[in-house]
Design a protein around this ligand. Structure first.
Ligand code: GLU
Length: 470
């Protein structure tokens, strides 16, 4: 087999959305699986809608996801001379022609066709015309689509697709200002970049026969095509913001891990048995276009969150701390002042779905939070206050380890004939402000002796000063 060369060819007319990212992932994985080459091409010829900012966001998203490319990014706007050269060649060889038809003429033509009950389409009036071109008209260039025969596409995802040439018209390949059109640029690029497999969204499936006809006219080798079905919302509608975040970078902002998003996207419309959580190395090893489902996949944000959680559980504390730090700082909490954030993160990672949730859950390690009245009412009875004062005193005297903290709690429980939660819950609520935390001895060990004792005494003083819980 020849060396596999695939490409991802985003148009920078918006952010990189989930569908685009999944197409990029499949294209990348296919190249990696076959030890081929993955190329990034930015299709920036839509001058009105393409912006450098959008391009940057796409590059950032690719980098964040770790979809590394071997060649590019190539920019179509930098290849205009090459497109013009190929255009010229097609015209000279009689495979494309100038069309001088004015808008009014074309409108009239369409009206007549519709009146006759025909499908409106360009009637090829300039295709083999000997007429003298009208003065002062800048022509478009049209491609001479073969008049008969058919284009047969053995799509690697969808199977065989046959399109009769008589259904295609002579498409415009250069506008009257000389700029090449989208389908033409793609053809020249795929040819020059020696793309062997075009893997793209199936919104392009109608372009494929046109592109193949142009490639044939150029005598270019034909790549194989694999059209990947769309991603829809859970309700089967086109995926949009209503269904949750659709921009890849929004997931970074919301505290998702890139490997979790990739894993989720990989599973969306592709399967290998019941495998749900797998590394990219495994995916690359397993991936093959035949495994892609022929029908549209539905986006399920809960499933994505679940996968994210699976990854968070396995991520080491140091990395989690680094990822969560900006979220903490954003909330005005600096995790460099206080317990080692990596250890805090390891303690919390089992209980959160996102890095953002982890950051939220970590706040009480770095600053005291006043418990809400309802938590006090529920967990901190008046009778337990002296017991808490006793615990504070005992804490002061011990060497600060998780075991020693636990021992103090156990002996206090025994001395007062209480059940363990009767002591653990008020202690937790008074020190952290929260009724739900990881194991209280582990939490207290990290917060530190002086801070724990100070927080306890402070809360006890407040409660003695007036608040009488139920
Ligand atoms: N630029 C096109 C898009 O963003 C992709 C074209 C292609 O992959 O051939 O939809």
């Amino acid at each position: 087999m020849t060396m596999v060369r695939t490409r991802f060819a985003p148009s920078p007319t918006g952010y990189l959305h989930l569908g685009g990212a999944r197409t990029a992932l499949f294209s990348w994985a296919f190249a990696r699986h076959h030890k081929g080459t993955f190329i990034l091409r930015v299709e920036d010829t839509d001058l009105e809608r393409s912006t450098p900012e959008n391009t940057q966001v796409i590059l950032d998203a690719m980098a964040w996801l770790g979809l590394d490319y071997d060649e590019g990014p190539f920019y179509q706007m930098e290849r205009m001379d090459r497109y013009r050269e190929v255009l010229k060649q097609l015209i000279e060889e009689g495979k494309a022609y100038y069309c001088y038809a004015s808008r009014e003429e074309l409108d009239a033509m369409r009206e007549e066709q519709t009146a006759r009950g025909e499908k409106p389409r360009y009637d090829r009036r300039w295709r083999d015309s000997m007429a003298t071109p009208p003065a002062g008209v800048s022509p478009v260039v049209r491609f001479k689509t073969p008049l008969d025969g058919a284009v047969v596409i053995d799509d690697l995802v969808k199977g065989r697709i046959v399109v009769n040439n008589c259904e295609l018209d002579d498409l415009i390949i250069a506008r009257s200002d000389g700029t090449p059109t989208y389908n033409f640029c793609v053809v020249v690029d795929d040819w020059d970049m020696q793309i062997t497999h075009v893997i793209r969204g199936d919104d392009h499936v109608n372009n494929t026969p046109r592109q193949i006809n142009i490639l044939k006219a150029l005598g270019a080798p034909l790549p194989l095509y694999g059209h990947v079905p769309m991603i829809l919302g859970h309700d089967g509608e086109k995926l949009s913001k209503r269904h949750g975040a659709v921009s890849v970078m929004q997931y970074e902002e919301d505290g998702y891990l890139p490997e979790a998003l990739l894993n989720y996207l990989a599973r969306l419309g592709w399967a290998r048995g019941d495998e749900e959580v797998f590394t990219m190395a495994q995916f690359v090893e397993w991936f093959d276009l035949g495994g892609i489902s022929k029908s549209a996949a539905r986006f399920n944000p809960e499933k994505l969150q679940w996968i994210n959680q699976q990854y968070l559980k396995q991520t080491d504390g140091a990395r989690l701390a680094e990822l969560a730090k900006p979220f903490m700082l954003r909330d005005g909490c600096d995790p460099s002042n206080g317990p080692d954030f990596a250890q805090v993160a390891e303690l919390l990672r089992e209980r959160v779905n996102t890095v953002e949730e982890l950051a939220d859950a970590a706040v009480y390690f770095y600053r005291p939070l006043d418990p809400e009245p309802q938590f006090l009412e529920q967990h901190v009875g008046q009778d337990i206050l002296p017991v808490m004062a006793e615990i504070a005193a005992s804490f002061e005297a011990i060497e600060w380890t998780r075991e020693a903290i636990h021992d103090v709690m156990k002996s206090t429980v025994a001395a007062h004939g209480l059940k363990f939660p009767k002591v653990a819950m008020p202690l937790r609520v008074l020190v952290t402000g929260e009724p739900q935390t990881p194991s209280v001895d582990a939490v207290l060990a990290l917060i530190g002796k002086d801070e724990v004792v100070a927080r306890l005494r402070n809360q006890l003083a407040k409660l003695a000063g007036g608040f009488i819980p139920g």
